[in-house]
Design a protein around this ligand. Structure first.
Ligand code: AMP
Length: 428
């Protein structure tokens, strides 16, 4: 199937070909036609599937077909859970609309609102926003959603995870009832279905499995190591392997900072990305990582969500997540689009129970290695470490379900119906 056959305008086809895309991804093939038909769509897709173009291309097509007004009201609203995702979606909107007479803007918290307000004042057709800043500006009377024709809720499951349900409801109340709705989510819990039911009108359901992100497609390895030797081991692995683009996961912000400092001391360019970092610092770290200036990006699970970094050769779990599904998400960032990927976990004695829970979820035993000089401590306690960041351990709750779960990260998460609300993480 070609992009031409999807019925997109010449201007959009030109933008798509400028991006170098030749074939629409499965989610694009499935989602674009019903969106162009004006239908509501409920899509099961996560980052890496090409979902952003899946909703942006038809949305731009529809908006550009209608005659433009002199004064541009916001006609499309794309709501995303995190600043990073908002920035990435906006970058995509800009690229795809390059040859169209449409204006767009992005708003999110953590930065001065003035430039955002002044852009909106000049009139924008498409607004990409995180809920916090959107409601903030709305409450100040600085923007109106009364003319919205298309509403996109991106990463709806993350929205709920981050406690944005009330905000979403408020946003919905401020839009006209008659509008087209598109909802994207990686998982379909009871709560998501309820939300979808409240937002969508007779939706067309589409689904896409990301290419090559099945657990089997990723080469996985566990290094058993004493807790105190982890930093030395990770530096050795990265240096000796001459690894160039490594995403390292850490459970805590403090841990991420500390590890980053140590890597830099060892001569490895590294940057940390987490909720306590300013927006500028996060954008800079991500840009440096993408261009290759920064070899190692140390991230917390929440900060890593929505990061658009395709084709990662190496993912390292400096610490295992206490939530097994997060492991699948983390390693899903490697081995994308046919490229080979490697996921490594450094596991100390106190993480043994996390390892067991992960193996149970993915239904496979992970190969274990020990590096000379970085052996595990035989006297260390196997009592689990305290859980970080106020997150509940779902492993025990999910243990029955996990036995039946598929090895695909997407479907692994499908059965995960109740995720804890993380009110602390509302940093948008
Ligand atoms: P997304 O899932 O929207 O975050 O997209 C994941 C990555 O795939 C991004 O880097 C996109 O630029 C890229 N992408 C999207 N659609 C296509 C396509 N049809 N062909 C090749 N790459 C694509």
């Amino acid at each position: 199937m070609s992009f031409q056959s999807l019925g997109l305008s010449e201007a959009l086809l030109k933008a798509v070909s400028k991006k170098g895309y030749t074939t629409p991804s499965p989610i694009q093939q499935k989602a674009i036609p019903p969106v162009l038909d004006g239908k509501d769509v409920l899509a099961s897709a996560q980052t890496g599937t090409g979902k952003t173009a899946g909703f942006t291309l038809p949305l731009l097509h529809i908006l550009s077909e209608n005659p433009k007004e002199k004064y541009r009201p916001i006609r499309a609203l794309i709501l995303t859970p995190t600043r990073e995702l908002a920035a990435q979606v906006y970058a995509n909107v800009r690229e795809y609309s390059e040859f169209l007479n449409l204006r767009s803007a992005v708003i999110f918290g953590g930065v001065n609102q003035k430039p955002q307000v002044s852009t909106i004042r000049q009139g924008v057709d498409i607004l990409v926003a995180t809920p916090g800043r959107l409601l903030d500006l709305q409450n100040q009377g600085l923007l109106s959603l009364k003319r919205v024709e298309i509403f996109v809720l991106d990463e709806a499951d993350r929205m709920l995870d981050m406690g944005f349900l009330r905000d979403i409801e408020k946003v919905i109340k401020s839009m006209p009832e008659k509008r087209q709705n598109l909802m994207f989510s990686a998982t379909f819990s009871k709560d998501i279905k309820k939300l979808a039911h409240g937002i969508l009108n007779n939706p067309v359901q589409v689904e896409a499995t990301p290419e090559n992100t099945t657990v089997e497609a990723i080469s996985q390895k566990v290094y058993r190591v004493a807790k105190g030797l982890k930093t030395g081991l990770i530096i050795k692995l990265i240096s000796e392997g001459n690894w160039k683009q490594v995403l390292v996961f850490n459970r805590t912000k403090h841990g991420a900072n500390k590890l980053c400092e140590k890597m830099i001391k060892a001569g490895i360019t590294a940057a940390a990305i987490h909720g306590n970092k300013s927006q500028g610092a996060r954008t800079k770290a991500l840009a440096g990582f993408k261009t290759g200036k920064v070899r190692v990006l140390v991230a917390t699970d929440i900060a890593a969500r929505g990061l658009d970094i395709p084709l990662l050769p190496h993912v390292i779990n400096f610490e295992l997540p206490n939530i097994s599904e997060d492991y699948v998400h983390r390693i899903g960032r490697t081995g994308r689009a046919g490229a080979s990927g490697e996921a490594i976990s450094l596991v100390s004695a106190d993480e043994t129970s996390f390892l067991r829970a992960i193996e149970k979820l993915i239904e496979m035993k992970l190969p274990v290695e020990i590096v000379e000089g970085f052996e595990p401590d035989p006297n260390a306690s196997t009592a689990p470490i305290k859980q970080g960041q106020g997150r509940q351990n779902r492993n025990s709750r999910n243990s029955n379900k996990s036995r039946n779960s598929s090895r695909n990260p997407q479907s692994n998460r499908t059965g995960n119906s109740r995720r804890p609300k993380r009110s602390n993480d509302r940093r948008n």
